[in-house]
Design a protein. Sequence first.
Lengths: 372, 348
Amino acid sequence: MKYLDEYRDSQVAGKIANEIRRAATRKWVLMEVCGGQTHSIVKYGLDYLLPENIELVHGPGCPVCVTSLEMIDKAHAIARRPNVIFCSFGDMLRVPGSDGDLFKIKAEGGAVRIVYSPLDCLKIARQNPDKQVVFFAIGFETTAPANSMAVWQAHVQGIRNFSVLVSHVLVPPAIMGILQSPGNRVQAFLGPGHVCAVVGWTEYEPIVDQFRVPIVITGFEPIDILQGVLLTVRQLEQGRADLENAYARAVRREGNSEAQAMIHRVFEVCDRGWRGIGTIPQSGYQLREEFREHDAERLFHVEGIRTEEPSICISGQVLKGLAKPTDCSAFGSRCTPETPLGATMVSAEGACAAYYNYGRHLISADSLAVHG
Amino acid sequence: MPTEFALSCPLPITERKNIIMGHGSGGKLTAQLVRDLFLPAFDNAILRKLDDQAVVTAGSERLAFTTDSYVVTPIFFPGGDIGDLAVNGTVNDLAMSGAKPLFLSAAFIMEEGLPVEELARVVESMGKAARRAGVSIVTGDTKVVNKGSADRLFVTTAGIGLVPAGVNISASNAQPGDRILISGSIGDHGMAVLSKREGLEFEGTIQSDTAALNDLVRVMLEAGDVHVLRDPTRGGLATSLCEIATSSGTGVEIDAQTLLVRDDVRGACEILGLDPLWVANEGKLVAFVPAASAAPVLAAMRGHEHGRDARIIGQVVDRHTGFALLKTEIGGTRVLDLPFTEQLPRIC
């Protein structure tokens, strides 16, 4: 398939892996920021193609994983209302709140629907004028354009029975949080390709300068990721800290200005709580005041819900890159995708779930390693 | 900026008090129901084998016996409908034991308000499918429930067939050295239904592969020795391979480069964030055959209308027993595991 197979070519992959092996003279710790990148790495076994002195740690870029427990409890409270059709991206359905997940609410009679686009919710709202249609607007800068567009369209078209529960998060504050946290091991980042396709990379330039840390904007296919690793390792070996773009077919420095305009028309930056991490100032989007009639938190009076997150697992350390999923004693035994104990196990993109789904708990690393 | 990352976790969901959709996915939740609920209540040696069909003895004959319910939405989809699906599915479950399917029953649960014209189309399609497969629908039942108590139409079929003397096919029969053959492309049925359900329009329409495979099985058995047959329906090829590895106590290894996924199916999977390895097929089979039989069985498959794209995708090994491994397109390796529930589309 064109534009896909080129980026999954085993010969090219082997060639880049060899170049990485030649380039890396010592140990380096890189973090891939995006959940989609983590997923690809584990799905294709990319980490086993890399030399042993290159360690990939899996970042906080899984939006489903980092959505706070409190926000999920709010979502569940709304989804339980009898007059509500609650719409969500698919993998949010099995994220546990304090009392069950959206699957459970659906089984108990709640109208919970999976949508692929928030704009589908407008259609549902028009078809069900006697119901309140609520969309759980989560995600990084990547989902913000479509989510803001849905609110804008509802506003323009006067669709009164559509609202959004907003829990948007932003990547740059999370990267800074990781770099500033004690014990940080991350020496360079594979930057979030799709986030940068929307917002460009100007926000990342100050981070590179301030922390002297290489950031290479990287795509999601196997060849993209290996190319990102190669450029990052070269920078580290040469003692450089630059912003490089290894995803030029999708990303420009200024990003997509129309998408940004829509985001800023509807959303404004706010403090945001991250599951497994805590509150990070200025790290999320919320609805602007003029769109309050579409704000589900206000409409359903769930602002008062406060949830403390119990500390059981090591997901915070995994999200920060201090631990691997397999370092956790509960991984694969007490903590599985069926019974997730922590943020990183709940979504298919979470590092623990990616490890689990691709069987990393079942088989020793040696059997998966590529020999010869 | 936070100076320290707080560790935070939700409490686990240790058990389900209600049935959720995942219990019908053919994955781990389904297996849990069968293991914890049905097996203890019905316990017997035949059921304990957990094959797709029971093989029972009646006099000197061995009979294959199976049943399956069909609740597909929408009931008409590109390439088929709930009717031919219900016939082909049960015929295939019988055929996967090597049996010659003979007789089917059909039971209909109809929702009040269902247009008679739609029921007529389904029933006609079942008749055609039965004639094509060489089976007779010899008994049946109809029930009507209040509007809202069912989704238009549910169909349950059961079937019996005769297992020829000397044929012994079971998921537990895989042996190290066996070659793994598949009769064609994967993911067609699941993506045909899903694309229609989601109202997704791709270039061209993805067609379901629903087909009766009993004649394909017949020519395969004539060509050589066959240890295992499975039709990778719900849960897809990966689920079937996991089950066979577990059931036979062997290791399974397949190569992603050898798999055939039609371009439109792949495109739909990429867009919807799904993996074709876990997507349902309704007209494909996977066969485990001893190395010596691989070439003649493959040739027989390729000479049949339902096996034109047949290919060898891997082999059985005596390592990592109970697990199926995939060599990825770029030379990495990963484990194929049973899904927890139906695949959920990823957010990005």
